[in-house]
Design a protein around this ligand. Structure first.
Ligand code: SF4
Ligand code: SF4
Length: 248
């Protein structure tokens, strides 16, 4: 029963406008195989729930350390980030006076996500929108992603995935059967630079991109333009040529 397939998400946005056509309900999956140096959602990287600390909200009161039943001591100097040993009891989050701590990572079922999306169908219809899975990396929880998208498809909702493309082909191929649109990141055309900036080779990513294009999947290649990393005219040109070479 695919409704009961569970996965870990860290956010859900009902009013996204940059994650595919129309108004989107975007679901943020936890866990990512890449380590991009520019990652704008570091709370997505770990595949497990965690307490995150917002430095700019912290007033350095020390309350989180006082109340932690595990005796986590991370306040010398003032920095509640070192929480290895944390059992996610949530006490520090409740006690923090300034909302500087949050538990990121919630276990939900595919059925819950699909039910949520179904409530938004009138907005999707009016705007030409739908549901987008992002992260983190949705293929990192491929069975859960498949279940969510299959249920949305059954309900007539347009489905999209934002992916880094770093996944076994079999997972992408299965997901393609329930995905109307792939938003596929191409971060750097050069393998050595790709390793330097993301921690992994781009070979599998390029292979998957070529195979998805060949399979006839609807696809948009996207390039996160990062100053000093992949925004030089020569790299931009090489990225475009690589996409063309692969059939985009
Ligand atoms: S309780 Fe909140 S505000 Fe106080 S030190 Fe901890 S994180 Fe900062
Ligand atoms: S969630 Fe609980 S165990 Fe984890 S750091 Fe906060 S108080 Fe300590």
């Amino acid at each position: 029963m695919i409704r009961s397939v569970e996965g870990l998400i860290f956010a859900l946005d009902e009013t996204a406008t940059h994650d595919g056509p129309g108004l989107r309900m975007t679901v943020y999956f936890k866990g990512c195989p890449l380590r991009c140096i520019w990652c704008h959602s570091p709370e997505s990287v770990s595949p497990k729930p965690e307490v995150v600390w917002y430095q700019t909200r912290c007033v350095r009161c020390g309350r989180c350390v006082e109340v932690c039943p595990e005796g986590l001591r991370s306040f010398e100097p003032v920095d509640p980030r070192d929480r290895s040993g944390c059992r996610l009891c949530g006490i520090c989050v409740e006690e923090c006076p300034s909302g500087a701590l949050e538990i990121k990572g919630k276990l939900v079922s595919a059925g819950e996500i699909a039910d949520h999306a179904m409530q938004l169908i009138p907005f999707f219809r009016r705007s030409g929108g739908g549901v987008t899975l992002t992260g983190g990396e949705p293929t990192f929880q491929a069975d859960f992603a498949y279940a969510v998208l299959a249920l949305c498809r059954q309900a007539g909702i347009h489905t999209a995935i934002e992916t880094c493309g770093y996944a076994p082909w079999e997972k992408l191929e299965r997901l393609a059967s329930v995905t109307d649109l792939f938003l596929f990141d191409l971060k750097h055309p050069d393998d050595e630079m790709h390793r330097r900036y993301t921690g992994v080779s781009n070979r599998l990513i390029l292979e998957n991109l070529a195979r998805l294009i060949e399979s006839g999947a609807e696809l948009v290649v996207r390039v996160p333009l990062i100053p000093g990393c992949n925004d030089s005219p020569s790299t931009v040109k090489a990225t475009g040529l690589k996409a063309l070479e692969l059939g985009a």
